[in-house]
Design a protein around this ligand. Structure first.
Ligand SMILES: [Fe+2]
Ligand SMILES: [Fe+2]
Length: 258
Protein backbone atom coordinates (compact mmCIF):
# COMPACT_ATOMS: atom_id res chain seq x y z
CA UNK A 1 0.00 0.00 0.00
CA UNK A 2 2.88 2.38 0.84
CA UNK A 3 3.95 2.52 -2.83
CA UNK A 4 0.48 3.72 -3.84
CA UNK A 5 0.33 6.28 -1.02
CA UNK A 6 3.45 7.84 -2.55
CA UNK A 7 2.05 7.74 -6.12
CA UNK A 8 0.45 10.46 -8.17
CA UNK A 9 -3.34 10.21 -7.95
CA UNK A 10 -3.94 10.71 -11.68
CA UNK A 11 -1.63 7.75 -12.45
CA UNK A 12 -3.49 5.58 -9.95
CA UNK A 13 -6.88 6.56 -11.41
CA UNK A 14 -5.64 5.84 -14.92
CA UNK A 15 -4.53 2.39 -13.85
CA UNK A 16 -7.56 1.74 -11.58
CA UNK A 17 -10.59 3.80 -12.76
CA UNK A 18 -12.57 2.47 -9.78
CA UNK A 19 -10.39 4.62 -7.51
CA UNK A 20 -11.74 7.76 -9.24
CA UNK A 21 -15.34 6.62 -8.64
CA UNK A 22 -14.56 5.83 -5.02
CA UNK A 23 -13.06 9.30 -4.43
CA UNK A 24 -16.08 10.91 -6.12
CA UNK A 25 -18.33 9.00 -3.69
CA UNK A 26 -16.37 10.67 -0.88
CA UNK A 27 -16.82 14.05 -2.61
CA UNK A 28 -13.12 14.22 -3.51
CA UNK A 29 -13.03 15.51 -7.08
CA UNK A 30 -9.64 14.23 -8.29
CA UNK A 31 -11.13 12.94 -11.56
CA UNK A 32 -12.24 16.40 -12.69
CA UNK A 33 -9.26 18.25 -11.19
CA UNK A 34 -7.20 19.94 -13.90
CA UNK A 35 -3.87 19.53 -12.09
CA UNK A 36 -3.88 16.19 -10.34
CA UNK A 37 -0.29 16.06 -9.15
CA UNK A 38 -1.31 15.23 -5.56
CA UNK A 39 -0.02 12.02 -4.07
CA UNK A 40 -2.64 9.67 -2.67
CA UNK A 41 -1.28 10.36 0.82
CA UNK A 42 -1.69 14.16 0.32
CA UNK A 43 -5.33 13.68 -0.56
CA UNK A 44 -6.07 12.00 2.75
CA UNK A 45 -4.26 14.84 4.56
CA UNK A 46 -5.76 17.71 2.56
CA UNK A 47 -9.35 16.51 2.83
CA UNK A 48 -9.05 15.87 6.55
CA UNK A 49 -11.37 12.88 6.64
CA UNK A 50 -12.54 11.62 10.01
CA UNK A 51 -10.88 8.51 11.43
CA UNK A 52 -13.88 6.36 10.37
CA UNK A 53 -14.03 7.84 6.86
CA UNK A 54 -10.28 7.36 6.60
CA UNK A 55 -10.50 3.68 7.49
CA UNK A 56 -13.50 3.10 5.23
CA UNK A 57 -11.83 4.78 2.26
CA UNK A 58 -8.57 2.90 2.80
CA UNK A 59 -10.38 -0.43 3.09
CA UNK A 60 -12.24 0.15 -0.21
CA UNK A 61 -9.07 1.39 -1.85
CA UNK A 62 -7.13 -1.68 -0.83
CA UNK A 63 -9.83 -3.93 -2.38
CA UNK A 64 -9.46 -2.09 -5.70
CA UNK A 65 -5.67 -1.94 -5.65
CA UNK A 66 -5.19 -5.53 -4.38
CA UNK A 67 -8.27 -7.47 -5.55
CA UNK A 68 -6.69 -10.89 -4.96
CA UNK A 69 -5.42 -10.49 -1.39
CA UNK A 70 -6.12 -8.87 1.92
CA UNK A 71 -3.61 -6.30 3.03
CA UNK A 72 -2.98 -4.48 6.24
CA UNK A 73 -4.36 -0.93 6.20
CA UNK A 74 -1.62 1.56 7.10
CA UNK A 75 -2.28 4.43 9.49
CA UNK A 76 -1.70 7.83 7.94
CA UNK A 77 -0.23 10.25 10.43
CA UNK A 78 -1.70 13.73 10.32
CA UNK A 79 0.02 16.96 11.32
CA UNK A 80 -2.94 18.24 13.28
CA UNK A 81 -6.35 16.67 13.31
CA UNK A 82 -9.56 18.61 13.53
CA UNK A 83 -12.97 17.20 12.78
CA UNK A 84 -15.16 20.28 13.17
CA UNK A 85 -13.10 23.16 11.85
CA UNK A 86 -13.09 26.62 13.22
CA UNK A 87 -11.29 29.18 11.13
CA UNK A 88 -8.45 31.29 12.52
CA UNK A 89 -9.12 35.09 12.59
CA UNK A 90 -7.32 35.91 9.28
CA UNK A 91 -9.00 33.00 7.47
CA UNK A 92 -12.36 34.15 8.89
CA UNK A 93 -11.79 37.46 7.10
CA UNK A 94 -11.44 35.63 3.77
CA UNK A 95 -14.52 33.50 4.41
CA UNK A 96 -16.47 36.70 5.15
CA UNK A 97 -15.27 38.17 1.85
CA UNK A 98 -16.49 35.02 0.11
CA UNK A 99 -19.95 35.59 1.51
CA UNK A 100 -20.14 38.96 -0.29
CA UNK A 101 -18.90 37.38 -3.54
CA UNK A 102 -21.53 34.62 -3.11
CA UNK A 103 -24.24 37.30 -2.89
CA UNK A 104 -23.24 38.45 -6.38
CA UNK A 105 -23.08 34.87 -7.69
CA UNK A 106 -26.62 34.29 -6.44
CA UNK A 107 -27.86 37.23 -8.52
CA UNK A 108 -26.07 36.22 -11.74
CA UNK A 109 -29.01 34.14 -13.12
CA UNK A 110 -31.27 37.19 -12.66
CA UNK A 111 -28.74 39.38 -14.43
CA UNK A 112 -28.57 36.94 -17.35
CA UNK A 113 -32.39 36.95 -17.61
CA UNK A 114 -32.38 40.75 -17.56
CA UNK A 115 -29.82 40.78 -20.37
CA UNK A 116 -32.13 38.61 -22.45
CA UNK A 117 -35.29 40.61 -21.73
CA UNK A 118 -34.18 44.23 -21.15
CA UNK A 119 -30.57 44.44 -22.38
CA UNK A 120 -30.36 48.24 -22.12
CA UNK A 121 -31.40 48.14 -18.45
CA UNK A 122 -28.96 45.31 -17.82
CA UNK A 123 -25.84 47.00 -19.27
CA UNK A 124 -25.18 49.36 -16.33
CA UNK A 125 -25.65 46.43 -13.95
CA UNK A 126 -23.09 44.40 -15.90
CA UNK A 127 -20.70 47.38 -15.71
CA UNK A 128 -21.21 47.40 -11.93
CA UNK A 129 -20.73 43.62 -11.69
CA UNK A 130 -17.45 43.83 -13.63
CA UNK A 131 -16.28 46.63 -11.35
CA UNK A 132 -17.23 44.56 -8.27
CA UNK A 133 -15.43 41.47 -9.56
CA UNK A 134 -12.31 43.40 -10.53
CA UNK A 135 -11.96 45.59 -7.50
CA UNK A 136 -13.36 43.40 -4.72
CA UNK A 137 -13.22 39.75 -5.81
CA UNK A 138 -9.98 40.02 -7.75
CA UNK A 139 -7.78 42.90 -6.60
CA UNK A 140 -8.85 42.87 -2.97
CA UNK A 141 -9.63 39.21 -2.26
CA UNK A 142 -7.73 37.08 -4.79
CA UNK A 143 -4.68 39.31 -4.43
CA UNK A 144 -4.79 38.76 -0.65
CA UNK A 145 -4.68 35.04 -1.32
CA UNK A 146 -2.03 35.11 -4.06
CA UNK A 147 0.27 37.84 -2.71
CA UNK A 148 0.12 36.92 0.96
CA UNK A 149 -1.58 33.69 2.02
CA UNK A 150 -0.34 31.26 -0.65
CA UNK A 151 3.23 32.52 -0.19
CA UNK A 152 3.38 30.73 3.17
CA UNK A 153 3.34 27.43 1.29
CA UNK A 154 4.98 25.67 -1.63
CA UNK A 155 3.32 27.29 -4.65
CA UNK A 156 4.09 24.23 -6.76
CA UNK A 157 1.84 22.02 -4.63
CA UNK A 158 -1.17 20.82 -6.64
CA UNK A 159 -3.73 22.43 -4.35
CA UNK A 160 -2.25 25.91 -4.97
CA UNK A 161 -1.89 25.32 -8.69
CA UNK A 162 -5.62 24.52 -8.84
CA UNK A 163 -6.43 27.76 -7.01
CA UNK A 164 -4.18 29.83 -9.30
CA UNK A 165 -5.71 28.20 -12.37
CA UNK A 166 -9.21 29.05 -11.11
CA UNK A 167 -8.21 32.69 -10.50
CA UNK A 168 -6.74 32.93 -14.02
CA UNK A 169 -9.82 31.35 -15.61
CA UNK A 170 -12.02 33.78 -13.67
CA UNK A 171 -9.94 36.73 -14.94
CA UNK A 172 -10.22 35.53 -18.52
CA UNK A 173 -14.04 35.25 -18.24
CA UNK A 174 -14.17 38.81 -16.95
CA UNK A 175 -11.99 40.07 -19.83
CA UNK A 176 -14.27 38.26 -22.29
CA UNK A 177 -17.34 39.68 -20.55
CA UNK A 178 -15.94 43.20 -20.86
CA UNK A 179 -15.25 42.68 -24.59
CA UNK A 180 -18.76 41.30 -25.17
CA UNK A 181 -20.23 44.30 -23.33
CA UNK A 182 -18.33 46.72 -25.58
CA UNK A 183 -19.59 44.85 -28.65
CA UNK A 184 -23.11 44.51 -27.16
CA UNK A 185 -23.07 40.72 -27.64
CA UNK A 186 -25.72 39.87 -25.07
CA UNK A 187 -25.59 36.08 -25.44
CA UNK A 188 -21.81 36.01 -25.09
CA UNK A 189 -22.10 38.19 -21.99
CA UNK A 190 -24.61 35.75 -20.51
CA UNK A 191 -22.33 32.79 -21.31
CA UNK A 192 -19.33 34.32 -19.57
CA UNK A 193 -21.38 35.44 -16.59
CA UNK A 194 -22.69 31.92 -16.21
CA UNK A 195 -19.24 30.35 -16.62
CA UNK A 196 -17.79 32.79 -14.07
CA UNK A 197 -20.56 31.95 -11.62
CA UNK A 198 -20.12 28.17 -12.00
CA UNK A 199 -16.36 28.47 -11.59
CA UNK A 200 -16.51 30.70 -8.51
CA UNK A 201 -19.21 28.67 -6.75
CA UNK A 202 -16.94 25.61 -6.93
CA UNK A 203 -13.78 27.61 -6.20
CA UNK A 204 -15.19 29.15 -3.02
CA UNK A 205 -16.49 25.77 -1.87
CA UNK A 206 -13.01 24.25 -2.37
CA UNK A 207 -11.41 27.08 -0.40
CA UNK A 208 -13.93 27.16 2.44
CA UNK A 209 -14.16 23.41 2.89
CA UNK A 210 -10.76 22.05 1.85
CA UNK A 211 -8.00 24.62 1.36
CA UNK A 212 -8.64 27.00 4.26
CA UNK A 213 -9.10 24.27 6.90
CA UNK A 214 -5.90 22.63 5.59
CA UNK A 215 -4.06 25.97 5.75
CA UNK A 216 -5.25 26.52 9.31
CA UNK A 217 -3.95 23.09 10.29
CA UNK A 218 -0.55 23.96 8.85
CA UNK A 219 0.04 27.50 10.16
CA UNK A 220 1.60 28.04 13.56
CA UNK A 221 0.35 30.65 16.03
CA UNK A 222 2.93 33.29 15.09
CA UNK A 223 2.19 32.87 11.36
CA UNK A 224 -1.54 33.31 12.09
CA UNK A 225 -0.78 36.59 13.91
CA UNK A 226 1.52 37.77 11.11
CA UNK A 227 -1.12 36.92 8.50
CA UNK A 228 -3.78 38.83 10.40
CA UNK A 229 -1.54 41.92 10.53
CA UNK A 230 -0.81 41.69 6.78
CA UNK A 231 -4.50 41.36 5.94
CA UNK A 232 -5.31 44.33 8.18
CA UNK A 233 -2.70 46.38 6.27
CA UNK A 234 -4.34 45.44 2.95
CA UNK A 235 -7.76 46.39 4.40
CA UNK A 236 -6.34 49.82 5.29
CA UNK A 237 -4.72 50.20 1.87
CA UNK A 238 -8.05 49.57 0.11
CA UNK A 239 -9.87 52.07 2.35
CA UNK A 240 -13.54 52.45 1.49
CA UNK A 241 -13.53 50.19 -1.62
CA UNK A 242 -14.89 47.04 0.08
CA UNK A 243 -17.70 49.06 1.70
CA UNK A 244 -18.67 50.76 -1.57
CA UNK A 245 -18.68 47.39 -3.32
CA UNK A 246 -20.94 45.98 -0.62
CA UNK A 247 -23.26 48.92 -1.27
CA UNK A 248 -23.33 47.93 -4.96
CA UNK A 249 -24.39 44.37 -4.03
CA UNK A 250 -27.14 45.74 -1.77
CA UNK A 251 -28.31 47.92 -4.64
CA UNK A 252 -28.36 44.94 -7.02
CA UNK A 253 -30.30 42.87 -4.50
CA UNK A 254 -32.83 45.69 -4.27
CA UNK A 255 -33.19 45.86 -8.08
CA UNK A 256 -33.83 42.13 -8.31
CA UNK A 257 -36.11 41.91 -5.30
CA UNK A 258 -38.86 43.71 -7.21
FE1 LIG B 1 -9.31 31.96 -4.44
FE1 LIG C 1 -11.09 33.03 -2.01
Amino acid sequence: MQEYLQSNIKDIIQQFPGVGDLLEEHKIACVSCGVGTCLLQDIMEIHNLSQDQDQELMTHLSRILYPDREIEIPRIERKRKSTAWQYSPPIKKLVKEHSLIKRLLKLVPRLIDELAIHPKDAYPLVVGAIEFIRSFADRFHHAKEEDVLFKYFDGNAAIFQVMHQDHEKARSHVRALQRALQEKKDRTMGDHLEAYRDLLVEHIKKEDEVLYPWIDRNLNISQVGELFAQFAAIDREFGGIPRSQEAFIQELEKVFSK
